[in-house]
Write a protein that binds this ligand. Structure first.
Ligand code: FES
Length: 68
């Protein structure tokens, strides 16, 4: 047990207003929501103050690139 490290992974919240995590956004994209509007409708991410829109867009672009 000595020298063993334990990593505690917390979900990364992208949208603080609505409490939406990166994983929830990725799952939404993988369910077929391929636009910012569709993700917002599905998860409520970016429907508050809107400051997370760029981050949501970036995750969307990364996920769509991975699919190619
Ligand atoms: S942080 Fe996402 S809407 Fe405010």
């Amino acid at each position: 047990m000595e020298n063993e490290t334990f990593e505690i992974r917390r979900p990364v919240k992208i949208c603080l207003c609505k409490g939406v995590t990166r994983e929830q956004i990725i799952e939404s994209i993988r369910r077929g929501n391929h636009s910012l509007e569709a993700i917002a409708k599905d998860t409520t991410a970016s429907t508050g103050c809107g400051t997370c829109k760029r981050q949501v867009q970036k995750i969307l672009e990364e996920e769509l690139l991975l699919k190619k």
